[in-house]
Design a protein around this ligand. Structure first.
Ligand code: SF4
Ligand code: SF4
Length: 85
């Protein structure tokens, strides 16, 4: 079934990173098969450049995050929550 371009139903998964917990180790970035995690250019309260989710620039573009949760599983500080659907 065709999906509306304005619908958020194209989003398969997304993550929330608690940036004040993140220590910027980069493990989540290294395991993400879709390469949708990068480093923020803003320091967090701990003095690290935390990881951040890279949302598509075009809000109508399909989100490449699959919700696989590799990032959350590998995070040593449990700073990532994964949402599907
Ligand atoms: S859930 Fe999977 S695809 Fe989505 S950001 Fe994490 S590792 Fe990448
Ligand atoms: S694995 Fe966790 S602590 Fe390391 S950069 Fe990613 S969110 Fe931050």
């Amino acid at each position: 079934m065709a999906r509306s371009r304005n619908s958020t139903s194209t989003r398969r998964g997304h993550i929330l990173i608690q940036q004040d917990i993140c220590k910027g180790c980069g493990l989540c970035i290294s395991v993400c098969p879709q390469q949708v995690i990068g480093f923020s250019d803003t320091l967090n309260e701990k003095g690290y450049y935390p990881a951040e989710f890279i949302d598509p620039v075009d809000a109508d573009a399909p989100n490449p995050c699959t919700g696989c949760a590799f990032c959350a599983i590998i995070c040593p500080d449990v700073a990532i929550e994964v949402y599907r659907g």
